[in-house]
Design a protein around this ligand. Structure first.
Ligand code: ASP
Length: 340
């Protein structure tokens, strides 16, 4: 079947997903890969608006690194997105703590972990990369560095997220929870266990007009996590990896399971061995299942990957994982394939 016919079929099978209060049409399957630079792909349906910002830079022949930073700043600043940046759901003690990392085409990388009071954690991560001899700054040290570099201290806990936390406290067992089936969350949007509303991240991968790659990943992490808990998102190799010779990958879902398999690095290495982006993501998901098949049935992890040809792919444990794609030919949200 021609890729055009496959694409038309995918369009017919499209379904609506809700991002905040916006409805976005998601295609039911990924089409045949479009090889067309530049391109940006990101996790989840809210990646569409983030991609639009990244695309402005890519279309003007800007650098992938600049595009991904600008792109993920959109959900970081959006209070209706309760899983990233300003308005993120707090930890179990009521602190909004952010994790983010960024990586360029030269293996340069920067990361902040458990950063409080700064909306644009991704920009702090970039400054760690560019202005320090280090890769990771955590907690108070990351905040101190941000303030020293002109960021202003903010309260990231919005009334909506504070309300959700106080509701959670009424029934919460004071213990770390891997997945939270919480009645506060909209089941129409999030019918799956471990789905987007209780933990969610934007991971964004871009290839620019020169064929160079860049990636960014930013999150408030698992809702109501233990204070100080850090997920996969700011860990280079786990939540994000970029190898300009091969490709890039990022993840969303239960970070602990991604860290164990150093998931994004694994996906890139599998692409190096010749796997397509989708197959590489599928292998990584299967690695999670192999370790603990019972647990894997009840959690969500999704990977998305982009190779040097501009081909992208995704795979998840559970149904419901979506990716957003923007290039010269398309601006779409796709449902990822999944094991369950
Ligand atoms: N991976 C993130 C974390 O574990 C959350 C998510 O993507 O849902 O912190």
């Amino acid at each position: 079947m021609s890729s055009r016919r496959k694409f038309i079929q995918a369009s017919v099978l499209g379904s609506v997903v809700i991002a905040g209060n916006k409805k976005i049409l998601a295609q039911s399957v990924l089409p045949a890969p479009v090889i067309d630079q530049p391109v940006v792909v990101s996790t989840w349906d809210f990646g569409k608006t983030a991609n639009a910002e990244a695309w402005k830079i890519l279309a003007a022949k800007g650098r992938a690194l600049d595009a991904v930073e600008a792109g993920v700043k959109i959900p970081e600043a959006d209070p209706s997105n309760q899983t990233i940046g300003y308005g993120g759901l707090p930890d179990r003690d009521g602190h909004v703590t952010l994790d983010a990392c960024i990586m360029d085409e030269f293996y340069n990388c920067g990361s902040v972990m458990a950063l409080e009071h700064i909306t644009h954690a991704i920009s702090v991560a970039r400054l760690v990369m560019e202005k320090t001899p280090h890769i990771v700054l955590a907690g108070d040290g990351a905040l101190q560095f941000a303030l020293a570099n002109g960021f202003k201290k903010e309260n990231l806990l919005t009334p909506a997220s504070e309300k959700a936390w106080k509701e959670w406290l009424k029934t919460a067992k004071y213990e770390p929870v891997m997945n939270i089936e919480n009645k506060l969350f909209d089941k129409d949007h999030d019918p799956m266990p471990g789905g987007p509303n209780n933990h969610d991240t934007i991971g964004m991968l871009a290839m620019d007009a020169k064929g160079n790659l860049g990636g960014a990943c930013t999150t408030s992490g698992m809702a109501f996590k233990m204070h100080g808990r850090v997920g996969d998102s700011p860990i280079i190799g786990a939540g994000l990896y970029v190898d300009n010779e091969v490709g890039s990958a990022t993840s969303s879902g239960v970070g602990e399971e991604v860290i164990r398999i150093v998931g994004s690095h694994l996906v890139v290495e599998l692409m190096r061995q010749g796997h397509s982006p989708e197959n590489a993501c599928k292998e990584a998901v299967q690695r999670i299942i192999k370790r603990n098949p019972e647990k894997a049935k009840n959690i969500q992890v999704g990977f998305v990957a982009l190779n040097k040809k501009g081909q992208y792919g995704a795979y998840a444990l559970q149904k419901g994982f979506t990716i957003s794609v923007r290039n010269a030919k398309e601006d779409k949200v796709y449902h990822s394939k999944s094991i369950y």
